[in-house]
Design a protein around this ligand. Structure first.
Ligand SMILES: [Zn+2]
Length: 145
């Protein structure tokens, strides 16, 4: 009984990924899941809950550091982050987290560039790893999703 349910669930997910993904011209990539989940968890630690689900996928970024955001208030469009796959593949695990946190800072927390995680260039991996806790505190402290 349990396995039938699992298969049905799996089938549903696959169908969703193909049909909606093809329709919208993108495919969500599992590469981003753990970083997005970590963002949601860290935000919750700082009292920020009920964040929208972002759409994060590999695509052409035209050399921009940044985000294409859905129109505010739109019921259909979700905040969107596009990541250059070649660049992504050069990053360490902690720099991947930093990149996703930075972009979700724009997309979900409406943050502009400022010192810290929202620095206009990606912080050095060593610096981020050494100061992660205080950087996250600063990042979420004044956030207004
Ligand atoms: Zn940025």
């Amino acid at each position: 009984m349990k396995s039938v349910f699992l298969i049905a669930l799996l089938f549903t997910n696959v169908t969703y990924a193909f049909s909606l993904g093809e329709l919208l011209g993108y495919a969500n990539d599992a590469s981003f899941d753990k970083y997005e989940q970590s963002f949601v968890q860290e935000a919750a630690k700082h009292g920020i809950t009920g964040l929208r689900k972002a759409r994060i996928y590999f695509g052409e970024t035209f050399g921009k550091d940044d985000v294409a955001e859905g129109p505010p208030g739109s019921a259909v469009e979700r905040p969107t982050v596009i990541v250059d796959e070649k660049y992504w593949n050069t990053l360490s695990d902690s720099s991947k987290e930093l990149l996703i946190f930075h972009e979700l800072g724009h997309a979900l927390l409406h943050e502009n560039h400022q010192p810290g995680i929202m620095e206009h260039i990606l912080l050095k991996r060593e610096y981020y790893e050494a100061h992660r806790e205080e950087l996250l505190n600063q990042f979420f402290k004044n956030a207004q999703p």
